[in-house]
Design a protein around this ligand. Structure first.
Ligand code: GTP
Ligand code: MG
Length: 445
């Protein structure tokens, strides 16, 4: 039997309300011990809210609260669950929690409520992960994607994929039962087509990884270039505030300056850097060193040049940079985008900035904003790793089929593929995988 766990479910600090959760088979009897009201929690019906007081061991009143009873299995965790909603003071909330612990529960680990919800079949693993994605979403778009995943969009995609793989395994098993017969050519063609269709399906899901990772983790963007190119002006344009000092004197920015921003609904971390040039000034030298380091660590490097002073070709700073020609307001005609000539923008007039955001999103997700799949699944790094393993095994099965290997060997590869796909929704949730996922949660969730 699972131990009964308790935790503060709201942030610790001063607020209007604080919620303490108790989950497990002992939740109702613990609530009986610490709650005084007209009705006893254990005698109350499902999803009933009781008004009363929480008391300590010596019957001292700790807080006046509303207590909600959820009975197994109709609760978040699938177990008996009690939520105590009290006054949001740091001390009072921790005293209510202490009372629940003293009455026979133990402190919950990070993510343990959601882990129990998963183990009790209330959520699949992708939905459990979506709970945390939703809590940590930094932009409305990220929140929308997490809410969809919580509803089960990714989970149902994965179940379809599993069904398709299972059909192939069943197809092969028919042959394994009759080993004297090899796979007849006609059947082999059907099987190959099926496996190829699954390959396409996996690849379609893998193509959402760029967007999924961007939504969950954001992207760090470093703004680099010669002094006076307009890096700080671009930083301010993208942020919509005057965060960085802009001045006509070259060498204005000396340290790296970081800020979070939402571009096209995606979370970004933007780093303004010191202009790159040879200098004798030790402070500026350190600034240049930091600029290079920031560029190296960033996910995407923007190389900004002053279009009014640059020649026909620009020497790249980094191999994979995104080149921008700033100050096009000074040169009349807009400069068309090309990998060598760069995208023309003006931080002064705002020209080209919207297009720049589109180009950045395209570059990091591999999709344009309008193609982005926020209405469907957008997978995470963990999902991508599982799908890549599934794809490799499937490709091996296709290769084995082409070389007329026995069906048993093909079936082994298909089962590998199936296991990797199942790992996404937590079919065979090993302790190690679950530990890794739920430890990133907050306590009380
Ligand atoms: N006309 C015009 N001027 C610009 C534009 N962008 C920036 N400037 C001007 O260029 C000068 C330098 O801009 P900054 O943003 O400080 O340039 P920076 O690259 O950060 O320079 P350092 O910090 O010295 O490396 C300022 O006088 C800006 O007003 C633009 O699009 N058009
Ligand atoms: Mg600057």
């Amino acid at each position: 039997m699972q131990e009964t766990i308790s935790a503060l479910a709201t942030p610790s600090g001063v607020g209007a309300l604080a919620v303490i959760r108790i989950s497990g088979s002992g939740a109702l009897s613990i609530a009986d011990k610490i709650f005084r009201g007209v009705n006893r929690p254990s005698a109350s019906g499902e999803r009933k809210v009781l008004l009363g007081r929480i008391v300590g061991g010596d019957e001292e009143v700790i807080d006046e609260v509303l207590l909600t009873v959820f009975r197994n299995p109709r609760s978040y965790t699938g177990e008996d669950l009690v939520e105590i909603c009290g006054h949001g003071g740091t001390l009072v909330a921790s005293r209510v929690l202490a009372s629940a612990l003293a009455a026979g529960s133990r402190m919950a680990r990070a993510g343990e409520f959601t882990e129990r919800a998963f183990l009790n079949g209330k959520l699949d693993l992708t939905q459990a992960e979506a709970v945390m994605d939703l809590i940590s979403a930094q932009t409305p778009r990220a929140a929308r994607a997490a809410a969809l995943q919580l509803e089960g969009t990714l989970g149902s995609e994965i179940r379809i994929l599993r069904e398709e793989l299972l059909q192939c395994v069943a197809h092969l098993e028919a042959y394994i039962d009759f080993p004297e017969e090899g796979i007849d050519p006609e059947s082999g063609i059907v099987l190959r087509k099926r496996m190829e269709a699954i390959t396409d399906h996996i690849q379609r899901l893998l193509a959402t990884a760029g967007e999924g990772i961007l939504l969950r983790e954001g992207i760090t963007l470093a703004l680099c270039g010669a002094p006076n190119a307009g890096k700080s002006s671009l930083m301010n344009r993208l942020l919509g505030t005057e965060r960085s000092i802009v001045n006509a004197t070259p060498g204005t920015t000396r340290d790296t300056i970081e800020a979070g921003a939402s571009l096209g609904g995606y979370p970004f971390r933007i780093i303004d850097t010191a202009g790159l040039r040879e200098t004798e000034d030790p402070v500026e030298q350190e600034g240049v060193r930091r600029a290079r380091k920031a560029a190296q660590d960033a996910d995407l490097r923007i190389h900004l040049v002053d279009a009014s002073t640059t020649g026909a070709s620009v020497q790249p700073l980094f191999e994979d940079e995104l080149l921008l020609l700033n100050k096009i307001d000074l040169i009349g005609n807009a400069v068309p985008y090309s990998p060598t000539r760069g995208l023309g923008i003006s931080c002064k007039t705002g020209e080209g900035i919207e297009e720049l955001v589109q180009v950045i999103i395209q570059k990091v997700t591999g999709q344009s904003e309008s193609e982005a799949t926020t209405h469907g699944a957008a997978i995470s790094v963990r999902h991508r790793d599982c799908l890549e393993r599934a794809l490799a095994a499937l490709r091996e099965a296709i290769r084995l089929l082409a070389t007329e290997q026995p069906p048993e060997i093909l079936a082994v590869e298909l089962r590998c593929s199936l296991a990797a796909v199942g790992e996404i929704v937590g079919d065979a949730g090993t302790e190690e995988i679950l530990g890794k996922i739920f430890s990133s949660f907050c306590i009380g969730k």
